[in-house]
Design a protein around this ligand. Structure first.
Ligand SMILES: *[C@@H]1O[C@H](CO)[C@@H](O)[C@H](O)[C@H]1NC(C)=O
Length: 349
């Protein structure tokens, strides 16, 4: 544990001193609530890089989420841009409750973030098909809001300990009924609410990955089940998972897949402060890196596929290092080794 903390501290120091800096962006378009926008653009970006919008928790800041997560470090390796928005509210929470923020191009914090995404596409050449949103707690709620109100901009989302789109709708910044897990709707009602975020929209919807600790003391675990109803309805999936993976990605965590566009990871005994799984998120977003990769999928169901990445980057502890469809790093930073979990997932540990 101490080693892990030391590791994180070292990474944070490295991220601040060695690499590109976090830079504030201004004049990026309509921003009615004055959302702060900070961008991390590593050197050596390709012409059309991917973009991850990484959103902080209540009382957090862009700077805190930048130094407290590994997205900037991973951006150095995989060459993508990270935008860290900064909430304008005095409590540091995102507006995920007003009609404006919940509605496409109607205003609120979501419009400021959407403007920054459009700016990144138009000014920095970001690949509009690889724009992703993620966040923790209030930032996870905003991930759901962006997925509902801006399905044309966001291609995938990953939400750590949030609530369904629209669950906080109402007069106040904080919705106790939702937070306490007392807001229950049918899948159809939750789905209709998402569809009301962008009336008339018929395009594709962002694939969603949601994470929640079973012992969440701030945003009740019931919100996990409600979000499963919501996004399975959006994709026309059954609320019964088609695949359940135990101990994925961490021991005691359970990954349920409902179809190609939605999966939900339940973290047993984890409180609200759920540890972000950056490598897993990057895999969900399809951001992979390294040199040429060759994958040989074996025919036997019990054998892991063998994957080799000649001279590629080394995966960090707890990161994914193999599995069907995985094209990222397959070797681990010492002293960790790549250990087979199942056909779809091997992990550095
Ligand atoms: C915004 O308010 C209008 C009028 O009350 C309502 O019809 C609409 O569904 C609301 N939009 C969202 C996204 O909640």
């Amino acid at each position: 544990m101490i080693l892990r903390i030391l590791n994180l501290v070292m990474l944070a120091i490295l991220a601040r001193t060695t690499f590109a800096q976090l830079q504030q962006v201004t004049n990026f378009g309509p921003n009615p609530t004055n959302v702060g926008i900070y961008a991390y653009r590593p050197s050596g970006l390709p012409a059309n890089p991917a973009l991850i919008v990484a959103m902080h928790y209540c009382t957090g800041t862009a700077q805190a989420y930048y130094s407290g997560t590994r997205y900037a470090t991973l951006a150095n390796t995989y060459k993508f841009i990270v935008i860290y928005p900064n909430a304008p509210d005095s409590g540091g929470c995102w507006d995920v409750h007003t009609n404006a923020t919940l509605t496409h191009d109607a205003g609120g914090d979501s419009l400021g973030i959407a403007s920054a995404i459009r700016y990144a596409i138009n000014t920095w050449g970001v690949d509009r098909n690889r724009v992703f949103a993620t966040g923790t707690s209030s930032g996870a709620m905003m991930t759901n809001v962006l997925a509902g109100a801006y399905p044309d901009l966001i291609k995938a989302g990953a939400a750590f300990a949030g609530v369904p789109y629209g669950c906080f709708a109402g007069p106040g910044m904080w919705n106790s009924q939702c937070a306490q897990g007392q807001l229950t709707k049918t899948a159809q009602q939750w789905g209709d609410q998402v569809r009301s975020g962008y009336p008339g929209y018929t395009g594709s919807r962002p694939k969603m990955q949601i994470w929640h600790g079973t012992r969440d003391e701030t945003l009740n675990y019931n919100n996990f089940d409600e979000a499963i109803k919501q996004w399975t309805n959006i994709f026309g999936y059954s609320t019964t998972a088609t695949q359940v993976q135990q101990n994925s990605p961490l021991s005691g965590w359970t990954r349920s897949t409902y179809g190609p566009n939605f999966q939900a990871i339940s973290a047993a005994n984890v409180p609200h402060n759920i540890p972000v799984q950056e490598n897993d998120v990057l895999n969900w977003f399809g951001i992979t890196g390294g040199g040429p990769t060759t994958t040989t999928t074996t025919t036997g169901p019990t054998q892991p596929p063998t994957t080799t990445t000649p001279g590629g980057p080394l995966q960090t502890q707890w990161g994914q290092c193999g599995g069907i469809g995985w094209t990222g790093p397959t070797a681990c930073q010492p002293p960790f080794t790549c250990q087979y979990t199942n056909d779809w997932y091997s992990q550095c540990r």
